[in-house]
Design a protein around this ligand. Structure first.
Ligand SMILES: [Cu+2]
Length: 491
């Protein structure tokens, strides 16, 4: 794998020094880059909505992971990876109750696997590292969608190479729909219901992805492009924001208050008005903003408040927490656009279990969880029941950011000790764990017993994950022992 990674972007090493200098200069700027008036502004690319083929209750998708070239920066073709295209992938549409039959073909020069982030499904479909498959082959997971409407996403999860595969462009959104009737909520994909996938990259002098200078990119992209501009035709927009970065945290603002209507795992009980919201890598949030004719808005990443809990500005800078970016220019709608209806409240209930029969503790430090780095042959936790659990997750580093993602699960934040999280309501599957803080989670795990394959919990800063900050849990019948399949290539 190392060999093919090295041959992927020729010239990356040669131009590394120049690129490092350039990206250091760019990353040091605390000022938002000019965006709307810039001659380089381009219309926001909307990934195609892929509905697959529906036959009765069965929805089939075909995804091909492939190499390509994409114009991330105006006028420059960058070698990239994508699904069914050169960069990123289509937005997959699916509905609760449907049976999904997915075929993923690997036309890349390296083994990979795809994880359906946020979905509750059998471990055989989850796309953990044990399920990596080689170039030229296909993988066909299937599952039944049994969870509320949400914005999920898909991205690679190969052993020790998740960061680089995602960085090259392997990511796409999932619109998971259900029968919830939500008055006032925009639902027309690409018109007033807009995917906003935030990633970042460093570029070499010849405009290629720089893989040698760390994973906090100095160029921030939305849907794969710099300086995007969206011309609103309606007075209300729903933005499905995904922080698809390998490492970056973004504290998002619009210059006006906006409504949070959904977190990772679906709708909130009622919209919550905020001035800004923090998204760690892997998190999603659905926001609703009302626009006024004549008044453009800019979606900004404004720097993480209080340095994210890190001890000083220099440390915060290494995680990119002091950087500010203009992400997306939103051009105002015309006067003729009709006024939207009032946004409904109480469309879903937020029923967090009051207690749990099992508690677990996870301590994240350096690149370890509970003193161990990831081992594909080791079962770290066994879940042998259907009920909720309380997980206590601590960041034992005072000088490092981490976050925490659990596969095949949703959780509610029921407490935070020794740190601040400004927005904790709703169901999540990924959450920031500030330095020295403990986040207490009420976790509901999808119950699909299978002693042979594990699910992952890990830091979703992908370079931390690749360095070992990940563990495995196996879901089994009560009293059953795990009997873990370990792939032959395991070291
Ligand atoms: Cu981490």
């Amino acid at each position: 794998m190392t060999m093919s990674r090295r041959t992927f972007f020729k010239g990356a090493v040669v131009t590394a020094v120049a690129a490092a200098t350039a990206s250091a200069a760019a990353a040091c700027s605390d000022q938002p880059t000019p965006l709307g008036s810039d001659a380089d502004a381009r219309p926001l690319r909307i990934p195609p909505l892929e509905e697959g083929t529906l036959e009765g209750n069965v929805r089939r998708f075909e995804l091909t992971a492939q190499e390509g070239e994409f114009e991330m920066i105006p006028g420059t073709m960058t070698k990239t990876w994508g699904f069914n295209g050169p960069y990123q992938g289509p937005t997959l549409y699916m509905r609760r109750g449907e049976h999904i039959e997915m075929t993923v073909r690997n036309e890349l020069p390296e083994p990979t696997v795809v994880h359906w982030h946020g979905m509750h499904l059998p471990a055989a479909a989850d796309g953990g590292p044990a399920l990596m498959f080689p170039p030229g082959e296909s993988w066909s997971p299937s599952w039944t969608v049994d969870q509320p409407a949400a914005t999920c996403w898909y991205h690679p999860h190969p052993h020790q190479a998740s960061a680089v595969h995602a960085y090259r462009g392997l990511a796409g959104g999932i619109v998971l729909d259900d029968d919830t009737s939500y008055t006032g909520l925009p639902t027309e994909y690409g018109v007033d219901d807009i995917p906003v996938i935030i990633t970042d990259a460093n570029f070499t002098e010849d405009g290629q992805l720089d893989e040698e200078n760390g994973w906090v990119g100095s160029t921030v992209l939305v849907n794969g492009m710099t300086k995007p501009r969206f011309e609103a035709s309606t007075r209300r927009l729903r933005l499905r924001v995904l922080n698809g970065a390998t490492m970056r945290f973004h504290h998002l603002s619009l210059g006006v208050p906006f409504m949070v209507v959904a977190t990772d795992q679906g709708y909130l009980e009622a919209p919550v008005e905020v001035d800004g919201i923090l998204l760690s890598a892997g998190e999603r949030v659905e926001i609703v903003v009302d626009l006024k004719p004549g008044k453009d808005l800019v979606l900004r990443s404004n720097g993480v408040p209080d340095l994210g809990g890190l001890p000083d500005r220099d440390t915060a800078k290494t995680f990119g927490l002091t950087d500010k970016f203009d992400l997306l220019h939103i051009a105002a709608p015309p006067e003729t656009a009709p006024e939207p209806e009032a946004l409904a409240e109480g469309v879903v209930a937020f029923d967090v279990p009051a207690s749990a029969s099992k508690e677990r503790e996870f301590r994240m430090k350096d690149m370890e969880i509970n003193g161990k780095t990831m081992d594909m042959a080791r079962v770290d936790e066994v879940v042998d029941h259907k009920g909720p659990e309380i997980w206590h997750v601590t960041n034992d580093n005072d000088d490092m950011m981490h976050n925490f993602h659990v596969h095949n699960a949703r959780f509610a934040v029921i407490g935070v000790d020794n740190g601040d999280l400004e927005f904790t309501t709703g169901w999540h599957d990924t959450i920031t764990v500030p330095p020295l803080a403990t986040v207490h989670l009420m976790v509901e795990i999808g119950y699909y017993p299978d002693p042979t394959l594990a699910y992952m919990y890990h830091c979703h800063m992908l370079n931390h994950e690749d360095k070992g900050m990940m563990g495995q849990f196996v879901v089994v019948e009560p009293g059953q022992e795990p009997d873990l399949f370990v792939p032959g290539w395991h070291e």
